[in-house]
Ligand binder design. Structure first.
Ligand SMILES: Cc1cc2nc3c(=O)[nH]c(=O)nc-3n(C[C@H](O)[C@H](O)[C@H](O)COP(=O)(O)OP(=O)(O)OC[C@H]3O[C@@H](n4cnc5c(N)ncnc54)[C@H](O)[C@@H]3O)c2cc1C
Ligand code: FES
Length: 352
């Protein structure tokens, strides 16, 4: 994986708990990315260990001069709070090259399909990049955004979104949904649900067979919107989704299964070396390796980028998230260490 040291060009306070960090491209080189992809930023933790987290670009690869990410504070979160508290103009941050399969590529030929975006909170970041890219590069495409937040103060990019509506009054529509709206709020209230998504999509005149759907937000939001898309038989190749945080599959085990969980020793063969890694119940194999300073490859830590892929040649492994792998990779025994839990003795992994 290629790394850059990118210099901070600007830091913008978007909402009380979210900043946008704009970076200069390196001298003599452009950071190449697709609308919707993410970079992975490395920062030191309190023990000066390097710690990485992924952030989607909110900038458009084709139209914005700076590469930009927006970072929302997570309660007690190490990197999101470090970036919000410490980053300033002129700093250099270590960044792993853009990656990710959640992206929009403008059509090279005229198209009459539209782009439907659904997000909540910081999930707006890749959607913002996609919205700007689609509106500017496809003159006939309409972009629709259904966006959930707590209240008006916490709507990330509120001003820029309004400006995009003014620039493209015929081609960009937004519906905001607020879960803790004040009494003056006249828009939709609550969380985005199957019912509200269906109502809004129909209102927009969405074509469920032809339009492209991009969703980014918590698991619950995707499940609700997916119910609508399933109901209207939207082709799966037109549905794109990204989660920022994988939920643990171990939380779904019944009491008897959960009581069986125990420490497992996983043999990992990587870079000509063999490591016996002790993985505690509820830890992922990657977490256990990093805790012991074993430098396995990784980037997003959410099952989205495949940077941590390995082949399980023996034993049983359960994954929180399988979307990053193809069906044939799963059949061949490939796993993602960042979301994988050993479920038997004798797990052996080979990482290329
Ligand atoms: C592909 C990808 C793209 C992303 N893009 C963005 C982005 O554009 N903007 C952005 O702000 N974040 C984004 N994230 C999330 C980001 O990578 C970090 O996970 C987030 O900033 C929290 O990191 P932290 O070190 O502050 O928290 P940690 O120290 O890792 O976690 C602290 C606690 O919060 C929980 N937690 C961690 N992340 C979340 C979350 N997202 N929601 C709820 N609970 C959480 C953890 O389980 C833990 O209990 C993205 C993640 C992925 C995988
Ligand atoms: S680190 Fe990205 S899929 Fe595991």
């Amino acid at each position: 994986m290629k790394s850059y040291f990118l210099q901070v060009k600007e830091v913008i306070q978007e909402t009380p708990d979210t900043i946008t960090i704009q970076f200069w491209h390196p001298i003599n080189e452009q950071v190449k990315y697709k609308a919707g992809q993410f970079i992975t930023i490395t920062v030191p933790d309190k023990d000066k260990k390097k710690i990485k987290r992924s952030y989607s670009m909110c900038s458009s690869p084709s139209f914005d001069t700076a590469v930009a990410v927006s970072v929302k504070r997570v309660k007690d979160g190490i990197v999101s709070n470090y970036l919000n508290d410490h980053v300033k103009i002129g700093d250099f941050l270590e960044v792993v090259e853009p990656m990710g399969t959640f992206f929009f590529e403008p059509s090279e030929t005229p198209t009459d399909r539209n782009v439907v975006l659904v997000g909540a909170g910081s999930g707006i970041t890749p959607l913002m990049s996609i919205a700007k890219t689609a509106l500017k590069s496809e003159p006939n495409t309409k972009v629709f955004l259904l966006y959930g937040n707590k209240d008006e103060e916490n709507i990330i990019f509120n001003k820029q979104l309004r400006q995009l509506c003014d620039t493209y009054p015929e081609r960009f529509e937004i519906v905001h949904v607020l879960s803790k709206a004040n009494d003056n709020w006249l828009g939709l209230k609550g969380r985005i649900s199957q019912a509200s998504a269906t109502m809004v999509f129909k209102d927009w005149g969405v074509d469920f067979q032809k339009d492209l759907f991009y969703m980014c937000g918590p698991e619950g939001l995707m499940q609700e919107v997916n119910k609508t898309l399933e109901l209207f038989n939207t082709p799966s190749e037109n549905i794109h989704s990204e989660k920022f945080h994988a939920t643990s599959i171990l939380d779904e085990l019944n009491e008897a299964e959960a009581s069986e969980l125990k420490i497992q020793i996983v043999k990992v063969i990587y870079d000509g070396e063999t490591h016996d890694i002790e993985v505690a119940p509820h830890q992922t194999i990657l977490e256990a390796a990093l805790e012991k300073d074993i430098d396995l490859p990784y980037s997003c830590q959410a099952g989205m980028c495949t940077a941590c892929m390995g082949k399980c040649t023996s034993g049983k492994v359960l994954m929180d998230e399988e979307d990053g792998l193809t069906e044939s990779e799963i059949k061949e025994g490939y796993i993602l260490t960042c979301v994988a839990h050993p479920m038997s003795e004798g797990v052996v992994l080979e990482i290329e």
